[in-house]
Design a protein around this ligand. Structure first.
Ligand SMILES: [Zn+2]
Length: 362
């Protein structure tokens, strides 16, 4: 099991002069610890960076945040923890802050029309096998912290007055399959859902943000809320952080927090929208060269984001075979047969003509 790094762990590392850059690669970093890392980074001497950084590059001594909203529980809880401890945690300022983050992301989802009716749901891992999640039958535009639920990884509700989302199993299956996933976000943004309905994984190699922040795959359709649905999605999350759910919507996960999971929604939705505009302009889109894409993948890897293309040969990097109108990137397009032209027939005509000419000469 991956080690969970809390704010307290980081503060102890800084206090004892350890380098916070030396965290285990598969460590689960709690949201408040992540905030603290960002704080350390922003207090460090500025160095030019080509893209926003999601991981600390330099650590410098910094005062511990005074805001106790960001102080996580001293010990990592699980579903077997005493009920009183779980309840105290669920009602703590720390948990309240996470609930508020979910409400804020819910408002953004609703304002951007990425959700419809009571659709969409989110979850944040808060212990070994427990998560805070959104309730069912509430618009994401009007979520309140007191609406949130605490569930175990089997989907059993531990606390919260409203019933947990019916799609929670998928979020929990993602977290179980991908230890780095601390936050998950699911919604129905129209452009990317359009690709999911058509069964097309968006072609790559056109926009840097998409290449760096998203790794997209498509999961087959199953009835929402069933274990089969969650399982098909979970099978993809070792190398993808943005899953198109066929005939349904999109789900994303993040190792940094719920806001980053939400950002992935903005990124894939803007990308799919841009692709449709590009497709209407009547030209084959220009795409990155393999070297340009490799540079983006190096940045992606340094940020700790998953991607199935790491280590691939350059010629395999851009696979846009399913995209219409035929994006060709790094791979030479096959010569199209000219309509009405039959090479065999022409060869036969030529041979007969030559025979007739030869006979005429004799
Ligand atoms: Zn849904």
């Amino acid at each position: 099991m991956s080690r969970v790094i809390s704010l307290r762990d980081l503060q102890e590392m800084v206090r004892t002069g350890q380098d916070v850059k030396n965290l285990p690669a598969d460590a689960i970093i709690t949201p408040s610890a992540r905030d603290y890392l960002h704080e350390l980074e922003s207090n460090a001497p500025r160095t030019p960076a080509p893209v926003p950084t999601g991981a600390p590059k330099a650590a410098a001594p910094a005062a511990a945040p005074s805001n106790d909203k960001l102080t996580p529980p001293t010990k990592v809880l699980n579903s077997k923890s005493p009920k009183a401890e779980l309840e105290a945690f669920f009602n703590s300022p720390y948990a309240h802050n996470l609930k508020e983050q979910i409400c804020e992301m819910g408002r953004r989802l609703w304002q951007r029309a990425y959700v419809d009716g009571n659709g969409g749901n989110m979850a944040i891992r808060v212990g070994e096998d427990i998560a805070i999640c959104t309730p069912t039958l509430v618009s994401k535009g009007s979520l309140k912290p007191e609406d949130m639920c605490l569930v175990d990884f089997q989907g059993n509700q531990l606390f919260g007055t409203k019933k947990r989302t019916s799609e929670i199993l998928m979020h929990l299956q993602i977290m179980q399959k991908q230890p780095k996933a601390i936050a998950t976000c699911h919604c129905h943004p129209p452009y990317s859902t359009g690709f999911a309905v058509a069964g097309i994984v968006p072609p790559t190699c056109m926009i840097p943000e998409y290449e760096v922040f998203a790794s997209v795959a498509i999961a087959p359709y199953r009835t929402p809320g069933t274990p089969e649905m969650g399982q098909l999605v979970a099978e993809l999350v070792d190398k993808h952080n943005t899953i198109l759910m066929a005939n349904h919507g999109v789900v994303t996960w993040s190792h940094n927090g719920i806001e980053e999971a939400y950002w992935r929604m903005e990124i894939i939705e803007a990308y799919c929208r841009t692709l449709l505009v590009t497709a209407q302009l009547g030209k084959i889109p220009n795409t990155f060269t393999p070297t340009q894409l490799n540079d983006l993948l190096k940045i992606k890897q340094s940020l700790g984001y998953v991607d199935p293309r790491y280590g691939m040969k350059e010629c395999e990097l851009c696979d846009n075979a399913e995209w219409r109108p035929g994006v060709a990137c790094a791979v030479e397009p096959k010569a199209e047969a000219v309509v009405g032209y039959d090479a065999d027939a022409e060869a036969a005509v030529k041979a007969i003509t030559e025979q007739i000419l030869a006979k005429l000469k004799t």
